[in-house]
Design a protein. Structure first.
Lengths: 333, 208
């Protein structure tokens, strides 16, 4: 619009994209591995790999957020669960609680399996710590399904949070719409399927897991096709929508990283590989592994571009610290 | 008696772009001016030259809009950003962890970072009177500390063109309330649903 200025932000950038990516992927991996173990097939190795990897992912992602805080000591206010009583409207508050409790319950769920696995029991330091929590492992086994569901509920909350966080910023058309949480949920579960397929093919490598692999591949094909449909909806929304959305469209739909990198190699190519896999099958695991790696790369790229392409519209240019002057210059050229 | 509901009206026709408001605000609130961060900022804009090809300038002061539905407050995870009964939106430095969700949520570019380094630099720049002890995100407070003493915000008091008016929307005799009620003064980007309390009188409205 004439007389208006458009800018993107340069504070919540690649590191928050990593936070959202690892948060969504890790939480969805917990949900899928726990549900598989409880209702499809008892699978100790899958739970160990899924939940311990998720713990590492969430720790790394949260570390990125923590490092970028302006006042690190004040983080104590969001770690306090009673904060939900005073700030039930803030998604970072919910997200922090979901992440913390998901990590706690998923590790308690995994604890009995760790205690009976020599690799973990004999590991220096970890083995010692496990020894202290033998009682908790027994208790966890007595209430295993309840603990599993507590991990799942907090995992779903974490996945949901990664999308609702962006939706709560009303100034940016790309973020403030109901499509964002849906897209991020679908993407998180798609990347979790991809990650667990990698685990099953490269780490666990058991013939009897064929049925789980097929189930995950089929589910991933469906999730990727839904993601493609949602991306098309976003194409329509940004191209024919509000002026700030059109500026986002200018950024996204003129960027080869988004079109070729994310949509091409992050969605369409793995969709075709996995579709061929579930309809006709592959002679080796290589194509499925390749597709899974591409899905994971696409999952990060989606969040990366979403952070960089959100466009603010104002009757004056941006000057404050969250905005990038170079991006602003690019937009007005 | 109804609570006060503070608001500001800015007349774009009488702002002369002297930037005295920026200086007064910076001194009053000790903002990190060394990195070009301001609670209020006067933009010097060249506007559409039209058919006569004469470039026109417009000085456009901006600040926190102290919204009635502030997105910066709802996203704030610690409760640092809060709203007083009189409509003023404040940030509690002791609670703010500086996640900058508020900066992302603000449609008006009203917020800026104060880092550990800025706190240290502030001690050198403003001397022993420097009051900020913690880093975090900062923004205009409508000079709440002055308003509570019955004074006007520093930017309003110093404005040579009387471009800035500060008043109570709940007082029907207040000039600000009258300007807002008649529709001459309008808020920015009202379509976002933030219900801002800073209103602008544009050239077009004045001509009418």
């Amino acid at each position: 619009m004439e007389g208006m200025f458009y800018s993107t932000q340069n504070v919540w950038t690649w590191w928050i994209a990593i936070y959202l990516f690892l948060g969504g992927l890790g939480a969805a991996a917990v949900v899928v591995s726990c549900l598989t173990n409880m209702y499809i097939k008892t699978h100790k190795e899958l739970v160990l790999w899924g939940n311990i990897s998720a713990f590492v992912m969430l720790s790394v992602g949260s570390l990125f957020l923590f490092v970028h805080l302006l006042d690190h000591l004040a983080v104590i206010h969001v770690l306090n669960p009673f904060g939900l009583l005073t700030k039930p409207d803030a998604w970072i508050m919910w997200g922090t609680q979901f992440i913390v409790w998901m990590m706690v319950f998923s590790m308690i769920y995994t604890l009995p399996y760790m205690l009976e696995t020599p690799f973990w029991r004999d590991m220096p330091l970890v083995g010692t710590i496990l020894g202290w929590f033998g009682w908790l492992g027994k208790l966890s086994l007595s209430f295993h399904k309840v603990v599993g569901w507590l991990a799942i509920i907090n995992g779903v909350g974490t996945v949901l949070y990664t999308g609702l966080l962006l939706q709560s910023f009303p100034a940016v058309a790309l973020w403030h719409n109901p499509g964002v949480p849906l897209l991020f949920i679908i993407s998180a579960f798609s990347t979790a399927m991809a990650f667990l397929l990698l685990v099953l093919h490269l780490a666990i490598k058991r013939e009897e897991d064929h049925d789980i692999k097929v189930l995950y591949e089929r589910t991933d094909v469906i999730l990727i096709s839904i993601e493609l449909l949602i991306i098309f909806v976003f194409f329509h929304f940004t191209t024919y929508g509000l002026e700030s959305a059109r500026h986002t469209a200018d950024i996204l739909w003129n960027d080869m990283g988004w079109i070729v990198g994310f949509i091409g190699f992050g969605l369409i190519v793995p969709f075709l590989i996995e579709f061929r896999g579930v309809t006709k099958g592959w002679n080796s695991a290589t194509p499925v592994v390749l597709a899974a790696i591409l899905v994971l790369c696409g999952g990060y790229l989606l969040r990366h571009y979403f952070m960089y392409a959100g466009s603010y519209e104002r009757p004056y240019p941006a000057i404050n610290s969250i905005h990038s002057q170079s991006n602003y210059n690019l937009l007005i050229e | 008696m109804a609570n006060k509901h503070y608001a500001m009206v800015i007349d774009l026709n009488t702002c002369v772009g002297c930037n005295a408001c920026m200086a007064a605000c910076a001194m009053e609130n000790q903002t990190p001016v060394w990195k070009n961060s301001w609670r209020t900022y006067v933009h010097d804009l060249e506007i559409d030259p039209g058919t006569d090809h004469q470039v026109r300038r417009r000085f456009f002061p901006r600040l926190c809009n102290h919204c009635d539905n502030p997105p910066c407050m709802s996203v704030c995870p610690t409760g640092a950003t809060h709203k007083l009964d009189n409509g003023i939106v404040l940030v509690d430095d002791e609670l703010c962890m500086g996640c900058r969700a508020c900066s992302m949520a603000c449609p008006y570019d009203a917020r800026f970072d104060v880092s550990y380094n800025d706190v240290e630099q502030g001690k050198e720049f403003y001397g022993e009177l420097h009051h900020r002890t913690r880093p975090g995100v900062d923004k205009c407070s409508f000079c709440a500390h002055r308003v509570m003493k019955g004074l006007k915000p520093a930017c309003v008091e110093t404005c040579v063109g009387s471009a800035r008016l500060f008043g109570d929307l709940n007082d029907p005799d207040d000039k600000v309330a009258k300007l807002v009620k008649t529709g001459v003064a309008k808020p920015l980007m009202a379509h976002l649903g933030t219900r801002p309390n800073v209103y602008y009188i544009s050239e077009i409205e004045r001509a009418r």
